[in-house]
Write a protein that binds this ligand. Structure first.
Ligand SMILES: *Cc1c(COP(=O)(O)O)cnc(C)c1O
Length: 455
């Protein structure tokens, strides 16, 4: 046991850490990080950790990328910030133009984090219907296990009981329809259901729901292809095509929350593109700035935009955050988009993903692993273990081996930055497997507290 890290102890006295029961830190203080480079985090104690989950899914091209750093330094010398109401600047204009070119959604509204993007999309959708004289369409529907952020408005569509329970009275709950999670495939008489069969079954349930509730429903919100916080629940793209068609026929908006799955995580720049569809609203954040600064954006269609364009102030979208369209964050986003082009990132990722698949084959074949799966640059393995606190134990064993992985419940997953070299790939694969065996070795010896599922 090393000497108490003063930074960690001062942190416990002064900082309220997110998504954490603080008492847990009595036994295990937070890890103090001094610096980071590429996929590696370097502790104040001199140890290094491979960032296997991209620091909560935000980092794309590694930490401290020189191209993003140079862009930020240049921007800081020119313009740090100016309010975006009544003013504009080159970074926000260029970023909006580039996002429109990438998505076909020509109007970008900015926020500072993912949950605010969710709220912007929900408010815009309901306000759109109100401006159309259909103010009864003001409710929402989401997928079972969906996660769209934790502010009071976003919790309405976040179907994760642990996050919502204490705040039930504050939340105007949305409807929930079954998830198209491919793991729900049922064994049939001659063959098991395919992921597409599961998608069609979930779409039928969505149709039944919309048939009953469309008159009061503004929008369906979903995470295309991978429901990350649910435990990397992956589904067939057919569900997105069906959902798009159903939203069209029932006059309901489709909100694609690509806060986690955008920017190449699922193999394509945006996940919904694999279904060949276009959402009415697209929420982006996390990887948008390459993991450097807090920024979110909601992109929408000409049709939505036009419904707000009027002589009447109250028909406008009167929403703002102080840092809306911050020039530094927009420059970081522009530099990140440039890196996609300069490094041909999507093509390189297909090669990197093969290498990680090969290195992780023993993990996928582990006798206690179920549903080994991958979508683009997201890997997940469900672990068959009676340990309710598997996640916490695994995290500890992985950190002891210089690897940051943080399972959700009994689902172990990796969502690494796009810049792993051979050594980092081997480090990930070898230590992920070793940490699994070390965790499972504790099964016999310890009593089980209650289950925890935290991202
Ligand atoms: C992380 C996440 C959010 C919330 O973003 P914050 O920046 O944490 O508020 C919303 N939706 C999805 C799909 C996410 O993964």
């Amino acid at each position: 046991m090393s000497a108490p890290d003063t930074l960690a102890h001062r942190s416990l006295a002064s900082v309220w850490h997110p998504c954490t029961q603080m008492k847990r830190h009595e036994a295990e203080p937070p890890v103090a990080i001094a610096r980071a480079q590429g996929p590696w985090l370097h502790g104040t104690d001199g140890r290094r950790y491979l960032d296997g989950i991209s620091s909560w899914w935000v980092n794309l091209f590694g930490h401290g990328h020189p191209h993003i750093q140079a862009a930020l330094a240049d921007q800081l010398a020119r313009l740090d910030h100016v309010m975006l109401a009544g003013f504009t600047h080159a970074p926000v204009v260029e970023l909006s133009e580039r996002l429109a070119a990438l998505t076909g959604l020509g109007h970008a509204f900015y926020g500072s984090d993912g949950a605010s993007a969710t709220e912007i999309a929900l408010k815009m959708s309901a306000h759109y219907w109100r401006n159309q004289g259909q103010s009864a369409k003001n409710r929402f529907v989401g997928l079972a296990g969906g996660y769209h952020g934790e502010t009071v408005g976003a919790l309405a569509v976040t179907d994760i009981p642990l996050f919502r329970e204490a705040y039930g009275p504050l939340v105007r709950l949305a409807g929930t329809v079954p998830s198209p999670d491919a793991r729900a495939a049922q064994p049939g008489e001659s063959a098991r259901e395919t992921p597409r069969d599961v998608a069609l079954r979930a779409a039928a349930a969505l149709e039944a729901w919309l048939a009953e509730h469309h008159a009061t429903t503004a929008a369906l919100i979903l995470e295309p292809l991978v429901q990350c916080a649910a435990g990397m629940a992956m589904h067939d793209a057919e569900y997105l095509r069906q959902a798009r068609a159903l939203c069209d026929s029932y006059n309901v908006h489709l909100v694609a929350d690509e806060i986690a799955v955008g920017f190449g995580r699922t193999g394509t720049m945006f996940a919904h593109q694999q279904a060949g569809i276009r959402p009415d609203f697209l929420c982006l954040s996390k990887g948008l700035t390459g993991g450097t600064l807090a920024l979110s954006a909601v992109l929408t269609t000409d049709t939505v935009y036009a419904a707000f364009y009027d002589d009447d102030v109250a028909r406008g979208f009167l929403h703002s955050h102080s840092y809306t369209g911050n020039p530094l964050a927009c420059r970081a986003a522009l530099a990140t988009l440039e890196l996609f082009e300069q490094t041909d990132a999507l093509a390189r990722n297909t090669v990197l993903a093969q290498a990680i698949d090969t290195a992780c084959a023993p993990l996928a074949a582990h006798p206690r692993v179920r549903h080994a799966r991958r979508q683009g640059m997201i890997w997940a393995w469900d672990v068959d273990t009676p340990l309710p606190d598997f996640a916490r134990r695994y995290h500890r064993h992985a950190m002891a081996r210089g690897l940051l992985l943080r399972p959700i419940g009994r689902t172990l997953y990796a969502m690494p930055p796009y810049v792993l070299d051979d050594e980092a790939v081997q480090h990930l694969a070898t230590n992920a497997l070793a940490a699994l065996d070390a965790t499972l070795a504790e099964e016999a010896t310890t009593p089980a507290p209650t289950e925890e599922r935290l991202p």
